[in-house]
Design a protein around this ligand. Sequence first.
Ligand code: GLC
Length: 406
Amino acid sequence: MKIVYLSVSGQLGGAERALLDFMASLRAAQPRMTLELVAGADGALLAEARALGVAARALAFPRVLARLGDAGVRGGGKSRLLGTLGRASLSTPAAALYTRRLREALAASAPDLVHTNGFKMHALGLWAAPPGVPVLWHVHDYVSPRPLMARLMRAQARRCAAAVANSSSVADDLRAACGPGLRVYPIHNAVDLVRFSPAGSVLDLDSRAGLAAPAHPVVRVGLVATMARWKGHEVFLRALARLDGDVPVRGYIVGDALYQTAGSQHSVAELRRTAQRLGLGERVGFTGFVEDAAAAMRALDVVVHASTQPEPFGLVIAEAMACGRALVVSKGGGAAEIVTPGEDALVHEPGSAAELAARIGELARDPALRAALGARAAQSARRRFARDRLARELTPIYRMLTVKAA
Ligand code: GLC
C-alpha cells in the first residue's frame, strides 16, 4: 500500500510532530507500506521524515496560500472579513496553479490513499487527488471556531473518505461542523517514549535565555509552546507576576514563532515587552526555539500548559508527562481526555492567571507533590502514549478505505 501525506507546514509544530509519530509507527509496524510526504514549505519536518525512510519533498505554496489562515482570529470580530479574503485567496490564479501542480505530483506518485494534515491541505488534497483515490483528513484543531475552514470543510466533507481526529473532543466538533455524513475516528497522539523520558540530557535554560544562573536555588517553571496567541503566554506571564515570592521561581518561555499564517502569533519581542511591563525582570527568561524539547522539559521542575481556549489534544502535555514532569494543565477540550486531575497533573481554569499562579505556588512550595505527580505522569504516559498504538489504530482505517475504493 502506498500513502501520500500532504502537510501544510514544513516546520515542526504539534500537528507535524504528530504526523511524524504516525509515520514512525507505521514504518515500524508495516515496513512494506510505502510512505511519501509533500509539504507546502521546506523545513525540519522533511528532514525528519526522510530519516524515517519517507520520501519527502516540498511543493512550496505561493505566498497568497502560505499566508492564508484564520486560526488567529478564532471567534474574533475580523472573521467575516477574513472569510471573504480567504475565499478570494483560494480562487486566485496562483492557488489554481498550485492545485494543478499538486494534482500532477499526486498522479505521478499514484498513491492508494492521500492523508492530509492541516486545513488548507484538506481542501487542496480533495481537489488534487487522482479520481477514485480516497482522501483521509487528519484533523488536529477545532473546526467550528474557524469560519472559512468550517465552511469549506462542510462543503467538501462528502468527497472526503473519512477523518481522523486527535481527540474525541475534536471528533465531536468535526461531526457537528460537517454533519453525520463524515465518518470520524478519534486517535489520540503518541510520543517517542525513548526521547521523551525522565532520564536524559538537560538543557541549560538560563544560558539559552541569556540570564545569569540564579544566585539562590529556584523552582524552574516553563511554558513550552508555539507562539500561537491562544497558547496563553500572557496568562503565564501574569501568573508569574502574581506569585507572592515566598518560594523563588524563575519562569521560562520556550519556543518561537513558527508558522507563516499572518496575525496569529506572538513575537518574542512583544512578550518581552509584556514581561517588562509586569516588572518580571530576571524572574522570566526567553529561550527562543529549542531543538531538544525533552532536554528543555527535564530542566523544568514544573511544565505549564496555559491555552486560553480548549486544547484540541496538547502534545506538549503528553511529552511533559512522558518526561515525568509535574504539570499544570488548562482544563477542557482534548487535554481533559489525557490527564487525570490531582493524579498525574494539576489543572486550572483556561485564561485564569490567578488560578494558574495558585497551582504554580502549590507546586513550588511542595517538592514531594511535584515528585509524586511527575512519577504518576510518567506511568500514565507509558500506558497511553506508546507509539506502536498509532499503527494499530490507523492501519485498519487505511485498509477499510482502500478496499472500498478498489
Ligand atoms: C495541533 C493542536 C494541538 C495538538 C497538535 C497535535 O497543534 O492544536 O492541541 O497537540 O495539533 O495533534
